[in-house]
Design a protein around this ligand. Structure first.
Ligand SMILES: *Cc1c(COP(=O)(O)O)cnc(C)c1O
Length: 399
């Protein structure tokens, strides 16, 4: 028994705790929603990606039950062996049609979609240019691919152009720009109008991960490219059913047919992982139906009203917020321990939020990332504002 190994694990755990970087898991004793039960107490939830409020929605639960009854609990197979049912094809068609793409392919998670998208499409002669704040799953996916890699500082279009020029002068066969559609820690929307214009100029492809955007921003909730009016200029879209579109789980890649066809043959997380559970497909199908219809627009209007109310109340209380129009509203504390303390105090006051620190955000940039949902009512927002003011004063984060 190599005791030194286990000693090293214990030492690392102690160091994480000592630096204030420990991420506790709180056990929720209810469905997801505007209010949840934690440790026997009802608390208001402001840290879920439950933008449309569908996570605990009865219509989604019912759709998941019906899908399970019709199609069973699962397939016990990857898609290409004996794991493809009509409901999988139906979901692929529904998400592709919602996003205005020719076809789509499902994955167990967006993490897998991003992990599997680059390697089959690009090789040694190609180059990927990636935003520095891209999600961990894009970073890992790029690492798994043999293409040359370049990075540009978050949202820095001049630097992106420099990288495009470099890639062209180095003779790259295909260049792909990869970016989050909405940056999850800041809530900023990628400048896809300018990125796609540059892509055209330098004949590059554009890949966008719209995990925090699909169902949330843009006309019809069609995401960051739609928000900027450049939907047809994005070649590859990845996303999740684990956020606005039901909150269950599952990821996808949408794009032109030959791309999706090739991914079906070669994407490793698709070839070597079980097909999505029918319950997940049923939930996602219902969520897409809601999101693309008039109910979806009403829900998005409500999110926007909630965000506005929360932002103005927090600014008035003296908190330092990152500017933006997305329902992600980061409250900056900078210090990891202070962020943890504020989150702990807020939980005592009945408001559930999470402190984010390194490695999820850069060192010295600790924050509480609040997220608005269509499930929140005005009185939820007002109670959260009062709790933030009280907790913020108690720990000295505001005067
Ligand atoms: C949440 C998220 C993912 C991962 O989605 P899962 O389906 O939960 O794996 C990928 N990319 C971005 C930008 C995300 O925010």
């Amino acid at each position: 028994m190599p005791a030194s190994f286990y000693d090293r694990m214990s030492a690392e755990l102690s160091a994480i705790e000592a630096e204030g970087l420990w991420k506790p898991e709180r056990v929720i004793q209810s469905r997801q929603g505007a209010a949840v039960q934690v440790a026997g107490q009802e608390v208001l939830n402001f840290c879920a990606n439950n933008y449309l409020g569908l996570g605990g929605d009865e219509r989604i639960v019912e759709a998941a039950i019906q899908a399970t009854q019709r199609w069973g609990a699962g397939l016990a197979s990857v898609r290409f062996i004996c794991g493809t049912q009509e409901i999988h094809k139906e979901l692929e068609a529904a998400i592709a049609s919602y996003l205005g793409k020719e076809d789509a392919i499902l994955f167990a998670a967006a993490f897998d979609a991003n992990g599997g998208v680059f390697e089959p499409l690009l090789g040694e002669q190609d180059c990927i240019i990636s935003d520095s704040l891209n999600h961990a799953s894009i970073i890992d996916g790029v690492r798994l691919c043999k293409a040359a890699r370049k990075r540009f500082a978050n949202g820095n279009i001049d630097e992106l152009e420099t990288r495009l020029k470099e890639a062209r002068s180095e003779g790259a066969r295909t260049i792909m720009i990869a970016t989050d559609g909405v940056f999850s820690m800041d809530g900023h929307v990628a400048k896809l109008d300018r990125i796609t214009a540059l892509a055209e100029q330098y004949e590059a492809l554009v890949m966008v991960d719209d995990a925090h955007a699909t169902g949330v921003i843009g006309p019809g909730g069609r995401g960051s490219a739609a928000f900027h009016g450049v939907e047809d200029k994005v070649d590859i879209l990845t996303g999740t059913f684990g956020k606005a579109l039901s909150g269950a789980m599952g990821g996808y890649i949408a794009g032109r047919k030959p791309v999706i066809d090739l991914l079906r043959q070669r994407a490793r997380p698709y070839l070597f992982s079980n097909s999505l559970a029918p319950a997940v497909c049923g939930a996602a199908l219902k969520a897409i139906e809601i999101s693309k219809g008039p109910d979806g627009d009403a829900l998005r209007d409500k999110i926007a009203r909630n965000a506005k109310r929360f932002r103005s109340g927090m600014a008035e209380a003296g908190f330092d917020l990152i500017e933006g129009g997305h329902p992600i509203i980061p409250v900056m504390l900078y210090d990891a321990r202070l962020a943890q303390q504020l989150a702990a105090k807020l939980l005592e006051l009945g408001v559930y939020v999470t402190g984010f620190s390194f490695p999820v955000v850069p060192k010295g940039q600790a924050r509480i990332r609040t997220q608005m949902s269509a499930a929140h009512e005005d009185y939820h927002i007002d109670r959260a504002l009062a709790a933030f003011a009280e907790a913020g004063r108690a720990i000295g984060a505001i005067k």
